[in-house]
Design a binder for this molecule. Structure first.
Ligand code: DON
Length: 578
């Protein structure tokens, strides 16, 4: 038998291949110790941050501290999420933002659920072929510079979430972000290195003066003060999102666009609206998933993938070739649908009910062989072959939960920095299909459903997700950054917790795999798969390639007596609670 990585002895002992809960409280089943390949860089059995009452997990520790601080002042999970979001715009400028957009999935302790879509939209002047040059090739303007930006939704979204669910005054929610911008914060090695690596992107625009004084990024240990951003945040605290979309900040954005040749106008900004949507609710092995509907593809794709796996039936243990084959084949098929059928529901008819139905998944599961791979081109004749974001999870003392993912797309977005207002604009336009058959920056080959049109939201992979246990109690709050790999990381964390009974820390450390249909290959994390398993996958007909890392998540899990929070070991943030 090929060496397989076993997630614990319960795999071998239980009659069912899925370990049964053994603790007194069936809602919090005993975790099974994970075993990872010896070549894997993260040890199994790591510790999570425990909090009795309330907790925030984020890719940035300072922002997580802000969320916890706001809950200590009496704020609920939505106040904390909004405060964390504004703080991220200050302390984590590579991904936290005012000039981008995102999604928030909310589950209040009384059982209400909600999903806020504050994704960017294409400017009114955008056209389907705007990134195709005279030579017929994609011209690169969707990834850097002034034409790459969609109309930002972040400020409207965060203010709207607070309006509907927050309990603290917005001035209190924004106070920590204003303080961090005006008084500054100590730059950590991660921020200094990230700025240095992205100098080529930032250096061509107005953020150069702030982030590269004397031509170098602020050193770790120095203080970064952002006076313009502090004024912008204060204006938002005083006048709400109106000042951003119709007032002086809108003037600054429109002026920046005019100076540099971008498309966003004051009319675009005035028209922007966040949208409350009904979350996608699905059930996997008795656990309920509450996730993000379109304009994100996250909820549908995760639901379809998990439904396919459920119908496919039990597989071999974690890390085995059979398990990876099943995961990859389910993912490949769900991504075929994602890449060809999903888009902004205001512009295309999304077959949501079909794609999330168990019956549909049963049909697809039958197409997966037990021992060989199928070519994407055979499964999807219509498809031709041709990172930056941040997630945070919050639970408050009443059990309200919020999963939020927000992004500028690339690190520091388009690089364009709004003079007079102090923030970066996104390069989210690259998430559209610039040209069918041609991969975007994540190698995604997408179809006409996600073509550019004025006022349209570009399809996203962001997957903020809340999981309830079979009794309907909150179990998990999760989500990730990492483009399409967000979907893989989020679904595998959920599977590691439900199928493999891993602790949250192990589920976050566990090696991940990725298959997005095209390229027709399985991406595996370096050192995360046993050589014998790699050989078996290749024998099955899979093309396997190594990746340095697959996404970066931030999750919270309910445990006995409270919650555990874990920022991804692939990231440098933390979880903070009390
Ligand atoms: O919305 C999306 O799917 C992408 N713009 C997310 C980009 C991302 O996660 C980059 N971060 N590493």
């Amino acid at each position: 038998m090929a060496a397989v990585v076993v997630a614990g002895s319960a795999w071998l002992l239980a009659a069912s291949p899925y370990p049964r809960p053994t603790s007194g409280d069936p809602a919090i089943p005993t975790r099974v110790p994970a075993v990872f390949p010896s070549s894997w860089r993260f040890p199994a059995g790591a510790h999570a941050t425990f909090a009795q009452h309330a907790i925030v997990a984020s890719n940035n520790r300072l922002a997580a501290e802000v969320g916890a601080e706001v809950m200590k002042q009496g704020g609920n999970a939505v106040d904390a999420a909004v405060a964390t979001g504004f703080a991220l715009a200050v302390t984590f400028p590579e991904a936290g933002n005012l000039g981008g957009g995102g999604y928030m999935v909310i589950r209040m302790a009384d059982g209400r659920t909600d999903a806020l879509d504050y994704r960017e939209v294409a400017p009114l002047a955008a056209t389907r072929d705007m990134y195709i040059g005279a030579d017929g090739k994609v011209n690169g303007e969707s990834t850097i510079g002034p034409k790459a930006s969609g109309v930002p939704g972040a400020v409207a979204g965060m203010i709207e979430a607070h309006r509907k669910y927050g309990v603290l005054p917005i001035s209190k929610v924004l106070a920590p972000a204003i303080r961090l911008a005006s008084e500054g914060f100590i730059v950590d090695p991660t921020l200094s290195a990230s700025l240095a690596a992205e100098k080529y992107r930032i250096g061509g625009f107005a953020g150069k003066a702030l982030f590269f004084p004397n031509d170098a990024p602020p050193a770790a240990g120095s203080r970064l003060v952002q006076p313009q951003l502090a004024v912008t945040l204060k204006l938002i605290a005083d006048s709400g999102s109106r000042v951003f979309y119709r007032g002086s900040i809108a003037d600054s954005i429109a002026a920046e666009m005019q100076r540099s040749g971008g498309l966003i106008t004051k009319e675009d900004l005035a028209r922007y609206r966040p949208i409350w949507r009904r979350p996608i609710r699905s059930v996997y092995r008795g656990y309920t998933l509450i996730s993000m509907p379109p304009s994100s593809s996250g909820g549908i794709t995760i639901t379809e993938m998990l439904n396919i796996l459920e119908a496919y039936g039990p597989t071999r243990p974690f890390g085995s070739a059979e398990r990876i084959h099943a995961l990859a084949s389910a993912s490949q098929r769900a991504f075929i649908d994602r890449n060809s059928k999903l888009g902004d529901p205001a512009f295309v008819k999304v077959p949501l009910a079909t794609l999330t139905s168990k019956e549909y998944a049963r049909g697809i599961a039958k197409t997966i062989s037990r021992d060989h791979a199928d070519a994407t081109t055979r499964l999807a004749s219509g498809l031709r072959e041709g990172n930056e974001t941040t997630h945070y999870s919050v639970v408050d003392g009443s059990g309200n939960a919020v999963a939020t993912t927000t992004t500028l797309n690339d690190l520091y977005g388009s690089g364009v920095f709004v003079r007079g207002a102090g923030f970066f604009l996104n390069d989210e336009m690259d998430d559209f299909t610039s040209r069918p058959g041609i991969p975007n920056m994540f190698g995604l080959i997408q179809g006409a459903a996600n073509a550019i049109a004025p006022g349209k939201r570009m399809l996203s992979a962001m997957s903020p997700t809340i999981v309830l246990d079979p009794k309907g109690n909150l179990l998990l709050v999760t989500g990730a950054r990492g483009g399409p790999r967000i979907i893989s990381a989020t679904s595998q964390i959920i599977l590691d917790v439900i199928d493999h009974r891993m602790s949250l820390a192990d589920a976050m450390s566990a090696p991940r795999i990725h298959h997005q249909s095209l390229p027709d290959s399985i991406g595996v994390e370096r050192g995360g798969v046993e050589p014998s398993v790699m050989a078996r996958l290749t024998q099955m007909g899979h093309h396997v390639y190594e990746l340095a890392g697959i996404a970066s998540a931030a999750s919270i899990m309910r445990v006995k007596g409270g919650y555990e929070g874990v920022d991804d070991p692939r990231s440098h943030g933390g979880a903070v609670g009390f």
